[in-house]
Ligand binder design. Structure first.
Ligand SMILES: [Fe+2]
Ligand SMILES: [Fe+2]
Length: 134
């Protein structure tokens, strides 16, 4: 199942939207790997995704600090809980390899994050920022 970027995910903050698109692209790359490439490619995709997501969260957190966003603490807590789940997944992958379980769990986590985080938490932040960012 592909995750698609659509207008309902747009926050209106260009840099954040760009990063969300990049993340969704990599998640799709992971989901769509052919069976015989999973073993070698999942590691690369997970590593890239991990780095990219951390960078993305920092981008959002820096913007929130800069513009004194009142819900900064709870938004940051959501990012941290995502990263905790992600590193558990990564450890499991390092131990067991590219099992179907890991692919599935990564996908589920990604879908959950997109639906719940971008649509609610990021969009709420973006609504606050909209007229503050030129
Ligand atoms: Fe966020
Ligand atoms: Fe985000």
């Amino acid at each position: 199942m592909d995750i698609k970027w659509d207008e309902s995910l747009r926050t209106g903050v260009a840099k954040i939207d760009e990063q969300h698109m990049g993340i969704i692209e990599r998640i799709n790359a992971l989901i769509n790997l052919p069976e015989n490439e999973k073993e070698t490619e999942v590691d690369k995709v997970l590593r890239f995704l991990g780095g990219y997501v951390i960078e993305h969260f920092q981008t959002e957190e820096n913007i929130m600090i800069k513009y004194k966003y009142p819900d900064y603490d709870s938004h940051k807590a959501e990012h941290m809980s995502f990263l905790k789940n992600y590193s558990q997944l990564k450890r499991l992958f390092e131990k067991e390899g590219a099992t179907e379980l890991i692919i599935q769990a990564t996908q589920n986590q990604a879908v959950d994050w997109i639906i719940n985080h971008i649509k609610k938490i990021d969009k709420k932040m973006a609504a606050f920022l909209k007229d503050k960012i030129a």
